[in-house]
Design a protein. Structure first.
Length: 169
């Protein structure tokens, strides 16, 4: 299980708290909206209010996260930044994404700024192709994905970004 805060294009228009849970190789994702103020406090390593009236106004997932932070003394660990090109095939809810320029950062103060300090994780020119689907992968897509030099593997952008800082002198 892991929590993360997700934004798109360094914008505060849509800030989401997500919880990813893996069970028997399958991933389930829960999400709740965050305000910019809430996000800033969490990034600064500060917890949100636990005063009953304010706490009860939070979405259930945010309530759980606030308690988790207080009990486990959770703090931000790493920023995973990348450029994504998404494609969706509605039948079977197939999502194909190409992630490039995958970078790691601990520049939490500049979370919403494109020019925050970042370090590349993959060699130049390498991209990550992800194929996700709910039920069945349509045969025409499966056939095309089995050509060329594609290699099926598990890959964690988060793990690589955390490992980058663990290897620093």
């Amino acid at each position: 299980m892991k929590y993360r805060i997700r934004i798109y294009n360094y914008s505060e228009k849509q800030i989401t708290l997500e919880k990813k849970i893996k069970v028997h190789g399958m991933t389930r994702k829960l999400s709740a909206p965050l305000t910019r103020r809430q996000c800033d406090r969490l990034i600064q390593g500060k917890n949100l209010s636990m005063k009953q009236e304010e706490f009860e106004s939070y979405p259930k997932l945010l309530q759980e996260f606030v308690v988790w932070i207080a009990v486990r003394q959770g703090r931000p660990k790493v920023i995973v930044a990348y450029d994504r090109i998404p494609y969706v095939y509605k039948q079977g809810n197939v999502r194909i994404t190409i992630d490039e320029n995958i970078q790691s950062s601990k520049d939490f103060i500049h979370f919403f700024e494109r020019d925050m300090q970042k370090s590349p994780i993959l060699p130049k020119g390498k991209v990550l192709l992800e194929v996700k689907y709910d039920e069945l992968l349509p045969s025409f897509l499966k056939e095309r994905l089995e050509i060329g030099k594609l290699q099926q593997t598990t890959f964690s952008k988060y793990y690589l970004c955390r490992r980058f800082f663990a290897m620093e002198p």
